[in-house]
Design a protein around this ligand. Structure first.
Ligand SMILES: [Zn+2]
Length: 334
């Protein structure tokens, strides 16, 4: 049995007819030749599937198994089981293919772990990895809103909650390569929110939390990132400016003095976002512009490679950062 239709935009399974027991059937997963009924969630949604499992009840002539999982999440897993990876990954270039949502991938990883389906974890995590990357070049492209290679539908307003959930999923499933980028994002979340949890603004009213250990790692990571930010700012400043030419050195010095003057505004937990102001760069000759940009890029690549150490996850398997160099065609002054 193969299902080709995808659920609606919000990931909800399309409503189907109601059974004689007053429980809603899932339109796509209610198979007329099904031999077992799964009742999912508290509201009760029915899936008729052709596998024999130990049953506890019966309905419409079929044995019934009640499962505690949310109906929507279980429907994602069942569709993955029937369709395989083409449910979330465009393997055949189908024109009607719609990228999965974060919620779909999250459900596949969680239930894949619960029901021991490693393929679901593998495929869902590979989609998440397209955003929570270990590759610096990919990361910088994503920060510059180049989302062309992204394998799932990104919702800007959910990014903080998604990052927290990704950390939890990576810890649960051992997909540790998702951690550096996800935890880096968590380090940008307000301290109170990091402790109290972040409420999802759109999908549902759920609040997502990090556990105490991960909160501790992120707090430690924030301290390292602020220090790293200070080191990057030295490049702008008087101490480590790479600008040496007689014409540009005084200009760079003036810019450097300016950046030290308001250093408290520039010290953040996000040193990878630091860019040269275009005014400052335009005042320099092209050679000095290149030299400044190269210097900043080198500093940021170093920070990227040290992220696992900053975040206290360098002893976890699979956490290997990639920072190819040089970065060609990147607009560092953007
Ligand atoms: Zn110059």
């Amino acid at each position: 049995m193969t299902l080709h239709q995808r659920p609606g935009d919000d990931g909800a399974a399309p409503a189907g007819p109601t059974s004689s027991a007053g429980i809603q059937k899932d339109n796509q997963l209610w198979l007329e030749d099904g031999s077992i009924i799964l009742v999912a969630g508290q509201t009760g949604e029915l899936f008729a599937v052709p596998q024999p499992i130990v049953s506890v009840d019966s309905l419409e002539g079929c044995p019934v198994v009640r499962v505690p999982d949310a109906a929507q999440e279980l429907s994602h897993l069942l569709r993955y089981i029937y369709d395989g990876r083409s449910f979330i990954i465009s393997t055949t270039g189908r024109p009607d293919f719609v990228k999965p949502t974060f919620a779909t991938l999250s459900a596949l990883m969680r239930l894949g772990h619960k029901y021991d389906i490693p393929e679901a974890i593998e495929d869902a995590s590979s989609c998440l990895q397209s955003y929570y990357t270990t590759n610096f070049d990919v990361y910088k492209r994503l920060r510059q809103r180049d989302l062309v290679d992204l394998l799932f539908e990104l919702r800007e307003e959910d990014l903080d909650a998604d990052a927290i959930e990704t950390v939890n999923l990576a810890m649960l499933t051992g997909k540790h390569s998702l951690l550096p980028a996800a935890m880096y994002r968590c380090c940008q979340i307000d301290s109170d929110e990091l402790i109290d949890g972040v409420q999802r603004p759109v999908r549902d009213a759920r609040t997502v939390h990090l556990n105490a250990d991960c909160i501790r790692l992120c707090r430690r990571g924030r301290e390292h990132l602020i220090k790293a930010c200070g080191r990057v700012l030295k490049v702008f400043g008087l101490l480590e400016s790479p600008v040496r030419c007689g014409r540009c050195a005084p200009v760079a010095k003036q810019e450097g003095a300016g950046s030290i003057h308001d250093i408290e505004l520039q010290l953040t937990t996000d040193p990878l976002e630091l860019m040269y102001g275009s005014d400052a760069l335009n005042a320099l000759c092209s050679r000095c512009q290149t030299s400044m940009a190269d210097h900043l890029a080198a500093q940021q690549r170093q920070i990227w490679c040290k992220l696992p150490v900053y975040l206290g996850i360098d002893d976890l398997e699979g956490v290997e950062m990639v920072a190819p160099s040089p970065l060609e065609g990147m607009d560092w002054a953007a």
